[in-house]
Design a protein around this ligand. Structure first.
Ligand code: ZN
Ligand code: ZN
Length: 575
């Protein structure tokens, strides 16, 4: 992760220089350096050892020195100085609509606000329009932008927070002062959007742990509360909440801080009936403390089997635990392949062969190549002529990589007027057809629902991809009667997708559970547009687990033969 941190630091220097109105060549130099480090395949520490830093494009003597300083000391004095001159709040307004670095610098120079909240107050008072070049309209836009930004800052997509979470977890795990550490909170429960990233660690020396953590270059700010609790901001803007406890309290505090509140309350209420008093710190049975070393111990004190974090939402899981009917949740290792991926034939950036090689490396038995269909010209959708050429390539690779199975698939657009993007005689030739909506999001509920239903009714369509069209943090789902879609899928034996892309996670957990209850199979797919995207599978699995899915509920846990017969069974008159 060193590369990312260095890139981030240089990027911040560039942004701060821009706000200060510095020479634009200098601004650009830092920005270019940041970009080129982000793209590096090799570890920057290795390059430094080989003394070849200046051979990286965009890195001259001066910037190379700054990088060495960060690698040696964990900080950049230059950056610290810049931060003194420009407060962090100013930096965050650069991304607002209508505010570039120049305007940001100007606003700061004239109004001297400290952070976003102060700027918001000024905007509400109509003080922004006093600044030359800023009219009432821009002022309103800035105000709207800040409100949105503040909301976004409170919750970020899981995948985004995960980058910081992984860095911090790795760091805390490496401390010899810490005997145990775990992710907690909503992130551990696998929620799609998260606020703080919570950690619980066991140590006898919380003070020292905080001290070392505060020094880490990935941590921008660290506030310590009550000696054993710290809130920190990472360089990537993620909020970290760390609790450090003594070893004997670890399990209970981890359990409490994982939540959810509702789950905890329901468990406590159950305890009350059994003479157990549980406050999230200690468990007392008839006044005597029960020491537990792990969460299994906590549930067993209540006479219950272990409940997976993804289920702890107070949505029937305690009832299920009592009846011994908890789901045996699907696991990432249960998956045998990926049924939604793109290649350079449409808008992907990996060749089919690269995608296949990666899938083989991941231990999969099959991969469906599902490039975009002809109408999606922006994504280089496949005309019938190009399809034939693609199939030639797939047929060749199929032989080369057998018995690994490459499925000739398509992600077919469902057009605005319910038409599908190919005639049935073409659809009949695919091994798998997934259908999805990429246009006309503004249509009303009836129209969108009708489009999805029409697609399901086509005998060649196997799966509906990203069924609600949402983009986390950016675009709400389109209007759709998902209950109706689920009912139709159930009746026709069709599959719905959990799209694992970091910014989609679509279907969401609630719909997944609804689909399961209706007997609809779910495919967990990555929609990868390159080989690294194939690794996003874990996020889809996390969402599926939150939807109570077991191995048997998931289409792509079938082996190749089972999958093929499942698909052909669903396709009348084919094969
Ligand atoms: Zn799509
Ligand atoms: Zn796709």
């Amino acid at each position: 992760m060193k590369n990312l941190e260095i890139a981030w630091t240089l990027r911040e220097i560039s942004d701060l220089l821009r706000v200060k109105g510095e020479n634009r060549f200098k601004v650009r130099a830092y920005n270019n350096a940041a970009r080129s480090i982000k793209k590096l395949k090799e570890d920057i520490t290795t390059l430094r050892k080989k003394e070849v830093l200046t051979e990286i494009p965009g890195i001259g003597e001066n910037i190379a020195k700054k990088i060495e300083e960060i690698l040696d000391t964990g900080r950049s004095v230059y950056l610290d100085e810049l931060r003194e001159e420009v407060p962090p709040g100013v930096l965050s307004i650069i991304s607002l609509p209508g505010v570039g670095p120049k305007t940001a610098g100007l606003l700061y120079e004239k109004l001297q606000f400290k952070d976003l909240s102060e700027l918001m107050v000024l905007a509400k008072d109509g003080r922004l329009r006093d600044v030359p070049g800023i009219g009432p309209k821009t002022e309103t836009n800035i105000l709207k932008g800040i409100e949105k930004l503040k909301k976004n800052m409170e919750h970020v997509p899981h995948g985004l927070a995960r980058v910081s979470a992984d860095i911090i977890f790795e760091l805390l795990s490496s401390f010899s002062l810490i005997s145990r550490v775990s992710l907690a909170g909503s992130m551990r429960r696998g929620k799609d959007m998260v606020g703080d990233v919570d950690f619980v660690a066991a140590s006898d020396n919380s003070h020292k742990v905080m001290e070392i953590l505060g020094e880490h270059p990935h941590i921008r700010e660290l506030d310590i509360f009550h000696d054993n609790r710290a809130k920190a901001f990472t360089n990537l803007g993620t909020k970290i909440d760390l609790q450090i406890v003594k070893e004997d309290k670890f399990a209970a505090v981890l359990h409490r801080s994982t939540g959810s509140k509702k789950h905890f309350q329901q468990l406590s209420a159950l305890g009350n009936k059994k003479g157990i008093n549980y406050d999230g710190n200690s468990i007392l049975k008839n006044g005597k403390e029960i020491i537990v070393s792990d969460e299994e111990g906590i549930y067993s004190a209540f006479g219950l089997p272990y409940i997976d974090p993804e289920l702890r939402e107070g949505a029937g899981e305690i009832e299920a635990a009592k009846n011994n009917s908890l789901p045996d949740l699907v696991d990432i290792h249960d998956l045998r392949g990926d049924l939604h991926t793109h290649s350079t034939w449409s808008d992907g950036h990996g060749t089919i062969e690269e995608m296949v090689q990666e899938a083989v490396k991941m231990g999969y038995s099959y991969l469906a190549i599902t490039d975009h269909s002809q109408s999606l010209a922006v994504a280089n959708g496949l005309t019938v002529g190009r399809l034939m050429e693609q199939w030639d390539e797939i047929n060749y690779l199929r032989k080369k990589y057998a018995p690994f199975l490459i499925l000739r698939g398509i992600e077919m657009d469902i057009l605005r007027d319910c038409r599908l993007d190919y005639e049935d005689e073409i659809l009949a030739k695919f091994d798998i057809v997934i259908a999805s909506i990429h246009t006309g999001f503004e249509q009303n509920k009836e129209a969108i629902t009708e489009r999805l239903i029409t697609a399901l009714e086509n005998p060649y369509v196997d799966i509906i991809a990203h069924p609600t069209g949402r983009i986390l943090g950016r675009r709400p789902p389109y209007e759709v009667d998902m209950e109706k879609v689920i009912e139709k899928a159930s009746k026709l034996g069709k599959t719905l997708e959990v799209n694992s892309s970091l910014d989609r996670l679509d279907l969401n957990a609630a719909y997944v559970r609804m689909a399961k209850e209706a007997g609809v199979k779910i495919a967990i797919n990555t929609d990868a547009h390159g080989k690294t995207g194939l690794r996003d599978m874990e996020y889809g699995v996390m969402t599926a687990r939150r939807g109570w899915l077991e191995k048997n509920d998931v289409l792509n846990t079938l082996d190749s033969q089972e999958l093929l017969s499942h698909l052909s069974r669903n396709r009348v008159g084919v094969r």
